[in-house]
Design a protein around this ligand. Sequence first.
Ligand SMILES: Cc1cc2nc3c(=O)[nH]c(=O)nc-3n(C[C@H](O)[C@H](O)[C@H](O)COP(=O)(O)OP(=O)(O)OC[C@H]3O[C@@H](n4cnc5c(N)ncnc54)[C@H](O)[C@@H]3O)c2cc1C
Length: 383
Amino acid sequence: MDFRFSEKEDLLRKSVREFAENEIPTKIEAMEETGEFPTELLEPMGKLGITGVITPPEYGGVGLGYVARTIVLEELGRVCAAMPMAMQVHHMACANINDYGTDAQRGKYLPPLAKGETMGCVAVTDPTGGSDVVGMKTTAELKGDKYVLNGRKCFITNSHTSDFWVVIAKTEEGAKGLSAFIVDKDTPGARVGRKENKFGLRGANTGELVFDDCEVPRENLLGQEGGGLAVAIKTISETGRTGMAAVGLGILTAVYEEACKFASERTLYGKPISSLQAIQFYLAEIFSQLEICRLLCYRASWLRDQNMRCDNEAALAKYYTCEAAANAAKKAIEIHGAYGIMREYRIQRLLRDAMVTIPSGGTAEIAKVVLARAALAPFKTKS
Ligand SMILES: Cc1cc2nc3c(=O)[nH]c(=O)nc-3n(C[C@H](O)[C@H](O)[C@H](O)COP(=O)(O)OP(=O)(O)OC[C@H]3O[C@@H](n4cnc5c(N)ncnc54)[C@H](O)[C@@H]3O)c2cc1C
């Protein structure tokens, strides 16, 4: 077992850290106020290999894989978690098209996505189908050489900034009746609906996509008709959950740094509060959680890079890290005393952001359903 990062990965971390520290802080206030993603950062992120980190070089990406992607997302999240939130969903769209697309679809959509010239999103959830994916009501009916989509998707990250959407809709009833489509945002009958007013991860817009007799060319079917559930599950469980875990890891890293910095600078009784054992114990707990989560997140990404199954590990990394980030942020707020709840202190944003990661990409309860299945598998009796 080798826990070291490669030289290339260390260099990537350094360059993304520099970019994040120099370019993102001036955008945060506007992101918090307007809920808008700073799309002007897409092209510079393209040049650094952030937007195309998992996309193969033949399609314009840098093809560095999932460990590199976790580095990138963690470093962006250390400065502002809305950035990796938007990026990780953008990567999900890239993975969808790379894994299931035809050569023509890959050639058309992946190079601009990888370079940051366009942005993508993945729309699975609709109002009747959150955790219950098969319960969705959005339909796609084949009429001649077009699929006609009707329905509404909700809580979609990058809804208002994406150039095209990967949409899962029902071509028939049942689990085998879901299909995936690439829908260009300008397709007649397709439009964005309301933009949600979230209390955290504000700069990563979340909203509705609406389909009213939206005619999608047959060649925009992604994968096989009836293969949509597999597309959704593979993307959510491998790319989505490793991505959300990394967003949580970025927040947790920021929480650790803010907590230690404040505890070292705040003086009471003539000494920094970091000399109080109660505060040291809080810091030790935050530090321990960070170390544990780092291992979980990088293991899941490493497995994905080896093309090994990683759904259980990704569910564990996502669930554990996002919960740990929220718990650590609460402790760090306590370390800050009254300052912790003041808007000008960053720590309150970290708690808000961490809370929003918990349902995104599958709730904690759904992760526990996956983990309970894994825990019980060796003890399964034949019935
Ligand atoms: C910020 C954000 C970004 C998102 N981005 C996207 C996106 O880009 N694309 C997309 O498609 N979706 C996205 N989602 C939607 C997200 O995937 C869903 O919110 C999530 O799957 C849960 O669905 P729901 O909100 O409808 O909750 P429900 O499914 O209605 O769940 C309600 C409650 O019931 C519990 N529950 C449900 N089923 C079970 C079960 N079997 N066992 C135990 N408890 C259960 C849940 O854990 C939860 O506590 C996003 C959500 C958020 C908050």
